[in-house]
Ligand binder design. Structure first.
Ligand SMILES: Nc1ncnc2c1ncn2[C@@H]1O[C@H](COP(=O)(O)OP(=O)(O)OP(=O)(O)O)[C@@H](O)[C@H]1O
Ligand SMILES: [Mg+2]
Length: 509
């Protein structure tokens, strides 16, 4: 009933009484009414004050939550606010552990610490006082008298010393299903809630829910952040160690590359030695034949000399010695020439010395060293080298380029073929520039592989001992030391042609 309503009643009543003209009764009735009205007014004012307090308290609490004030402090402030709204109440909030089983202390500023501590760690269940049961059943549990309610039977001894009789507990939800805790109101009298109490409970659980949820999120964020930091630290250390491994691998690789380069030179030297042996075979064989013929004839001559010889026999012997020594001289000179030119190729190939040289002679010497491998195949080699070209460059590396290109043709182009031709030509294509062309009419290089042939370690013959460094080395020599360019054209089943252009006079290093 509002004060305005009472005011209207008062006016009506006074009019009635004045009409009855019993003044004393009227005055007394009026006094009662005035008193009643002022009580009502006071009550209304009190209600308004409480509701104002609740409103400003709510703002303060929300501000605390927004600022991230410690959860316990926020919940304590909430408990005190609710306690200020209802006479004789002591409030508490218990939290439900993230395991969904254990009760954890929340905030209960006016409950005895000893009592609160005893609740901490209990498991929720269908008969665990008001709060343990409310959290377990996920619904409000109103115990009007703890001393007689079976829910409190096991805990009667716990609560009795403090004199509490009624305890109403309401679960605090994150959403409809997840329980965060429970808000409880304790009274020291047997009591059931009225509408105002229910409003306060609604208010308290709402605010507590916001505060607890925010704290959980924050905790989760911190956990994520820490995880993330750990993860970053872990990844960083993984990266560092991967980097170290890569650096070590790179070191190894450059050592390997140097080693392979050295081996490439050694291999060239090996084939050179084979070439020398092969080429020396003929003149030495000729010498041997001439020398043994001469030895035979001399033996016959000595025997005839002892027994007396004819003039014709002497002439025959002289003729023979003459022709044999011509053969010997000729072949020994050939052998000496060969040794000299091989020596030069060997020096050139094992060092990168610059010198002036005649291209034709030099390339002939290089091709000579390839004869043994060529002779094992029925591949035809046709060479057209412009005579008289002089170069001032690095003959050893140039020889390495030619040797590698021809070897590639022999190994890759004519695989599974019995015949084929390699053309080698060298001429001054434009003033001061030598164009060296090594071409085969073999298998060709597939388009897919063409882009990769210069890549170190790219080989289609790994199982046959290819290292995939040949063309990489050629590319480096041509574009680096020799100061030129290299390109190629290739088509499957047509063949491959490499074009090498280098200056006749190398740039000074
Ligand atoms: N004339 C050619 N005809 C066909 N394929 C070729 C020819 N020259 C090179 N190739 C291809 O290019 C690849 C790379 O050649 P590269 O000389 O770099 O290495 P490789 O010959 O395989 O090994 P190595 O290091 O022993 O020379 C070869 O494996 C081959 O597939
Ligand atoms: Mg090769």
């Amino acid at each position: 009933m509002s004060a305005l309503h009472d005011q209207r009643n008062l006016t009506n009543t006074s009019a009635d009484y004045v009409a009855g003209s019993d003044a004393a009764v009227v005055i007394s009735e009026l006094q009662t009414l005035v008193e009643k009205q002022s009580t009502l007014l006071e009550k209304e004012q009190y209600g308004r004050r409480k509701s104002d307090e609740l409103n400003s308290g709510q703002s303060k609490l929300l501000e605390m939550i927004a600022k991230g004030v410690d959860l316990k402090a926020t919940l304590s402030a909430l408990m005190l606010l609710i306690e200020s709204q209802s006479n004789g109440v002591t409030c508490s909030t218990l939290l439900l552990d993230e395991d969904g089983i254990h009760i954890r202390a929340g905030a209960a500023p006016n409950l005895p610490d000893e009592y609160s501590q005893k609740l901490d760690g209990l498991s929720i269940g269908p008969m665990v006082g008001s709060c343990g049961t409310a959290m377990y059943l996920k619904k409000q549990v109103i115990v009007t008298d703890m001393m007689s309610d079976p829910l409190w039977a096991p805990y009667k001894g716990l609560v009795e010393p403090y004199g509490y009789r009624a305890c109403w507990s309401t679960p605090i939800f994150l959403d409809q299903s997840k329980v965060l805790g429970a808000f409880a109101m304790y009274y020291r009298e047997v009591r059931s809630p009225i509408a105002e109490d229910m409003e306060l409970i609604g208010f308290a659980t709402h605010i507590a829910g916001i505060a607890i949820e925010r704290e959980r999120r924050e905790r989760e964020l911190t956990r994520h952040r820490e995880n993330l930091e750990d993860l970053v630290a872990q990844r960083t250390s993984e990266l560092l160690s991967a980097n170290r491994e890569l650096a070590a691998a790179l070191d190894n690789l450059s050592v390997t590359q140097e080693e392979l380069l050295r081996r490439d030179k050694l291999a060239a030297l090996g084939s050179l030695v084979a070439g020398v042996a092969h080429e020396l075979n003929t003149p030495i064989g000729n010498c041997l034949l001439a020398a043994s013929t001469m030895a035979d004839k001399t033996q016959n001559f000595v025997a005839a000399y002892k027994t007396g010889m004819k003039r014709s026999q002497l002439e025959n012997y002289i003729e023979n010695v003459e022709s044999s020594s011509t053969v010997l001289l000729h072949n020994i000179k050939r052998a000496a020439d060969l040794v000299a030119s091989f020596k030069q190729v060997a020096v050139d190939q094992t060092s990168s010395q610059r010198r002036v040289f005649a291209l034709e002679d030099y390339l002939n010497d290089v091709l000579l060293t390839l004869q043994p491998s060529l002779k094992l195949t029925s591949i035809n080699v046709v060479q057209r080298i412009q005579p008289g070209l002089m170069m001032d460059s690095y003959p050893g590396p140039l020889g390495q380029v030619v040797t590698n290109l021809i070897n590639n043709a022999l190994i890759h182009a004519f695989e599974d073929r019995s015949t084929g031709t390699i053309h080698i030509s060298a001429h001054e294509a434009e003033p001061g520039w030598l164009e060296l062309i090594v071409s085969d009419d073999g298998n060709g290089i597939s388009e897919e592989h063409q882009a990769q042939v210069y890549t170190p370690f790219f080989t289609t013959k790994r199982n046959l001992g290819g290292t995939g460094l040949g063309l990489h080395i050629i590319y480096n020599i041509v574009t680096g030391l020799l100061g030129g360019r290299i390109r190629f054209q290739s088509a499957l089943a047509v063949g491959t042609t490499f074009y090498v252009s280098i200056p006749l006079v190398a740039k000074t290093a």
